[in-house]
Write a protein that binds this ligand. Structure first.
Ligand SMILES: Cc1ncc(COP(=O)(O)O)c(C=O)c1O
Length: 399
């Protein structure tokens, strides 16, 4: 059969990280490649108890029936309360939508705003799924330079003027892939600049609750006076990615367009997942489980940073994230960690994600992303030693 795939789809390749997952799901490999919560952090007993309560209550039938695309009303109410943690106040439930994970929120926002050829700005590097989604909607992605404290505002404004983008996509808190966090002043500036130039800001915040040092920072959405910010959050990293549940917050006309787009995609987010997340919020179980898990993740982050100090080549530089799940490593520009070194790391049974999958222009072969949430502290020490020794062998002679 000769399949006549659509122009939109025929050149799509799998998301690089999803492809790597196939390689690294082997139990003999120490994986720093994923972005998953630790298996032990998944709240199996809490979910079981809540589902038992829900399905033995008089709400059971409603939870198993079709629901509204906008979302399960108690979830939207709990969600409006939840986003106040990052300074977001909604006037009513017309400004919030239940989504099936943050990924769907990105897809629906592109679906609502992007025509073929429209420019979308992203921080370079960006979340690896965005190039994939952009290709689906035939957007032109343009990277904006990134500094130690996140996106460079001068480059952003220049690119807004020269490229006339429709949308800017950012992960301002504990970014994937870099772990960087934008300071408050830059957040206010980004709200101002994007509003001034009529650019939609897609603010993606799946990691904000996983903070190991310092205080919560308000979302850029909290400074949105023009109504140009679409805010996404997700319970994938804090409750369970398998439940596929998150929230989008935006002005009522934007939420309406996302809702219409979602009707065609999945009708509505699984009501049982929305109800479980509601109980996590209402009963305080989310906060209890964060209290349990944050020290565990912090210990892993610290162990990885300490082992990197000890074993990594001196020519490498890396981020020191205050939260989230990732450390981003940059080598001198003549080093390539994307092919031979990557294959050799897999042969020595350690996996990471090479940086080029996060850049839109093919650069980043001298960078890599390390995840610290899913390996044990012992495996972190062992894996970083193996990786550090390999990198020293291959990299030191080149610098
Ligand atoms: C920045 C970012 N956005 C969105 C997602 C998708 O997450 P979800 O499981 O909520 O769809 C991820 C997942 O790793 C992510 O890192």
């Amino acid at each position: 059969m000769e399949y006549k795939f659509s122009d939109r789809c025929k050149n799509l390749e799998g998301n690089a990280i999803r492809e790597i997952f196939k390689l690294i799901s082997r139990p003999d490999i120490i994986s720093f490649a994923g972005g998953m919560p630790a298996s032990l952090a998944l709240p199996k007993d809490d979910v079981l108890k809540i589902i038992d309560d829900l399905l033995t209550s008089d709400r059971a039938i409603a939870l198993l029936q079709y629901g509204a695309t906008e979302g399960y009303a108690p979830y939207l109410e709990a969600g409006r309360e939840y986003v106040k943690r990052v300074g977001i106040n909604t006037s009513d439930s017309s400004e919030i939508l239940a989504i099936s994970g943050g990924q769907q929120g990105i897809d629906l926002t592109f679906k609502a705003f992007i025509n073929k050829g429209d420019v979308v700005l992203v921080e370079a590097p960006t979340y690896v799924a965005v190039p994939h989604i952009a290709k689906t909607y035939e957007a032109k992605l343009v990277g904006v330079a990134s500094y130690e404290d996140g996106i460079n505002l001068r480059d952003l404004e220049n690119k807004i003027i020269t490229e006339n983008p429709k949308l800017l996509y950012l992960v301002p808190t504990f970014s994937n892939p870099t772990g960087k966090t934008l300071p408050v002043e830059k957040r206010k500036e980004i709200a101002r600049i994007t509003a001034k130039h009529n650019v939609i800001l897609l603010e993606d915040n799946p990691y904000g609750e996983l903070r190991y040092d310092g205080q919560t920072i308000p979302a850029i959405k909290s400074y949105d006076e023009a109504g140009n910010v679409v805010y996404l959050t997700s319970f994938s990293k804090t409750i369970s990615p398998g439940m596929r549940v998150g929230l989008a917050v935006a002005s009522a006309p934007v939420i309406r367009k996302l809702t219409i787009g979602k009707q065609a995609t999945d009708v509505h987010t699984v009501t049982l997942s929305q109800a479980v997340a509601t109980e996590f919020l209402k009963r305080g179980i989310l906060d209890e489980s964060l209290k349990r898990n944050i020290p565990v993740y912090k210990e892993k982050r610290d162990a990885m940073l300490k082992a990197m100090d000890k074993y990594f080549p001196k020519s490498a530089k890396w981020t020191h994230p205050s939260g989230g799940l990732f450390i981003w490593v940059t080598f001198p520009s003549n080093v390539d960690v994307s092919t031979d070194i990557f294959r050799e790391a897999i042969a020595r049974k350690v996996a990471y994600v090479s940086g080029d999958s996060s850049f839109v222009d093919g650069s980043g072969k001298n960078c890599l992303r390390l995840n610290f949430s899913n390996a044990t502290v012992d495996d972190i020490n062992k894996g970083i030693k193996i990786l550090g020794e390999l990198l020293k062998e291959r990299v030191e002679g080149k610098c």
